[in-house]
Design a protein around this ligand. Structure first.
Ligand code: ADP
Length: 544
């Protein structure tokens, strides 16, 4: 017997429709790429998204066509997403921090027909445009007044382009399982691979991430997404915020501590989200100038491990709750978040922090397990490391054009490439990427754990731990440290700082101080490059 309820396809255009009806006056504030801070509302975003959709159809864009965006977090970028998916097409966010050759590869692979780009990226596009044959037109996200002279194919200012239509348009009809968006993995190993989100998966992720134990989004909130729309589907904020009527403050191109602080403070932002490095800059700025953020309640931190010292500083000094989260492009992207369940909240302070340092428990719609290399499930005891695998309606089942082949195991689980423990309370802790774990004497050492403790040293700006080959132990950890500006730290001091905080056999065999550590386009430590850099390095212990 079938249920007798209506069929109401979960298509993303419904999100912006709802926002316009129920929260039409709620603001979307942007630090524009041109400079000034500008304001619109969800009603305004919807009206202009309809124009974008109408204009795309006039341009000949058909259902399923990919439209690239190369843009910062701004209202124009947001309305472009809704316009693109509202035309039945697929937004393809391109990460401008990738190397130009990688951008060429993914735009060609996705076969983007149009590119909507911020002013910032015009010079870079001019350099590579002759290698992008599928792009028929470049729409520059600005007005006629700021439009630069450019030879980019059929270049037009966005405002002029959408002014050619009147917005009297209905969203193109799509199925909830049709593609809505696309984002490529960053390809730190191998070629970037395209992840294709459906309307339904985006909608499910928006429902799941907005819940109280995850991002806890309501119409009372003002959210500043520092995480870019081009990074892992904006952690769903482009959908979850309008779905729940939270106002948005879009930071544009300026993500330094002072600029972020100015927006957080001026617009009484209640919640924000981003990777740990942006918070380092913000906290640094606030400490230097003795500033506070009385309205900010929640910082959602993920993308790489959030150090304990950062959690403590936000919570103790600034009264901002940190919720550590984990996910990946292939997961829409959020998989776990670190709300404290009631019995865990009763733990004493240090044990509570231990839990907050973990990446949290799976959200509704995501099943997770850890297995050994043969696929056997491992216990949830908080100690046993295993390959982290996930399954659910917001997890990829394959990559675009079948790249990478079959990616699910016999039970339909996707191997995340992360190594993790899960404790008896359900909290998952990432110990490493599987290719970064350090194998010492047949046991695994977690590089992330050592890094997190090392950055707790007041004079350390950044730290990375890699495995270096060792004749007796196979690999041993090498700690690479970037000291804070004008600070000097000794090797012995650094090792003493770690002693007692990690198992003895996890202690790095050596410490090296450098001025800089290489990063990926999404701000993660580029371990492949570090391992390459230290390939011929011999540990002093190797000579013993
Ligand atoms: P990119 O490499 O483009 O940043 P993703 O955002 O998809 O791509 O990266 C996902 C990976 O980032 C995860 O598989 C995991 O290794 C790492 N990651 C994400 N969040 C965390 C976190 N909170 N702690 C540790 N690692 C994390």
């Amino acid at each position: 017997m079938q249920g007798l309820m209506q069929d109401w396809p979960l298509t993303c255009n419904r999100i912006i429709d709802h926002a316009a009806v129920q929260f039409g006056g709620h603001k979307v504030i942007t630090r524009s790429v041109e400079g000034p801070i500008v304001e619109t509302t969800y009603r305004g975003i919807r009206q202009r998204a309809l124009k974008v959709a109408q204009r795309l159809v006039k341009e000949g864009i058909k259902s399923g066509d990919r439209v690239g965006t190369l843009a910062w977090n701004t209202a124009r970028h947001l309305e472009s997403w809704y316009g693109i998916l509202g035309a039945g097409a697929v937004y393809h966010t391109v990460n401008p921090r990738l190397f130009p050759e990688q951008i060429v590869y993914i735009v060609n692979h996705a076969e983007d027909r149009l590119m909507l780009a911020d002013l910032t990226f015009v010079p870079m596009l001019e350099q590579i445009a002759d290698k992008l044959p599928t792009i028929e037109r470049y729409v520059i996200l600005t007005d006629g007044k700021h439009m630069p002279a450019t030879k980019l194919k059929n270049a037009v200012a966005y405002e002029d382009w959408i002014a050619e239509v009147d917005g009297d348009f209905s969203w193109v009809k799509v199925d909830e399982n049709d593609a809505a968006g696309m984002c490529y993995t960053s390809g730190t190993t191998g070629r970037p691979k395209g992840v294709v989100y459906s309307h339904r998966s985006n909608m499910l992720q928006a429902f799941a991430t907005a819940m109280p134990d995850v991002f806890s989004i309501s119409s009372n909130d003002v959210i500043l997404p520092v995480v870019p729309l081009f990074h892992a589907n904006s952690w769903s904020l482009a959908f979850s915020a309008p779905m729940n009527g939270a106002s948005l403050v879009m930071p544009g191109a300026k993500l330094d501590g002072a600029s972020t602080y100015e927006l957080l403070d001026t617009y009484k932002v209640t919640a924000t989200a981003g990777v740990p490095t942006v918070w380092l800059a913000l906290l640094d700025h606030m400490e230097k100038h003795d500033l506070k953020l009385p309205h900010l309640k929640l910082a959602f931190i993920g993308g790489s491990a959030c150090p304990r010292s950062m959690i403590e500083k936000f919570q103790d000094k600034y009264n901002v709750l940190v919720r550590h989260a984990w996910g990946m492009t292939e997961m829409s992207p959020v998989g776990t978040a670190g709300h404290l369940k009631p019995h865990v909240a009763k733990f004493e302070r240090e044990k509570r922090l231990d839990v907050q340092e973990k990446q949290g428990f799976s959200l509704f719609g995501v099943e997770m397990k850890i297995t050994d290399d043969n696929g056997n499930e491992l216990p949830w005891d908080g100690k046993t490391f295993g390959r982290l695998k996930v399954r659910g309606g917001t997890v990829a089942r394959s990559y675009f054009k079948g790249e990478g082949g079959e990616i699910l195991d016999a039970e339909g689980f996707f191997d995340t490439g992360d190594v993790a423990t899960i404790d008896e309370h359900g909290y998952m802790k990432i110990t490493d990427r599987s290719k970064d774990v350090i194998k010492s004497g047949g046991e695994w050492i977690s590089s992330i754990e050592i890094e997190n403790i090392a950055v707790g040293h007041p004079d350390v700006a950044e730290a990375a731990v890699i495995g270096v080959s060792h004749p007796k132990w196979d690999e041993r950890p090498l700690l690479i440290v970037v000291p804070k500006k004008d600070k000097k730290i000794g090797k012995t001091e650094m090792l003493e700082f770690l002693r007692g905080k990690i198992a003895k056999w996890w202690m790095p065999d050596d410490v090296i101080f450098v001025n800089e550590i290489p990063h990926t386009a999404t701000g993660k430590i580029l371990k492949t490059a570090l391992r390459e850099q230290f390939r011929s390095y011999r540990l002093p212990s190797a000579a013993e």
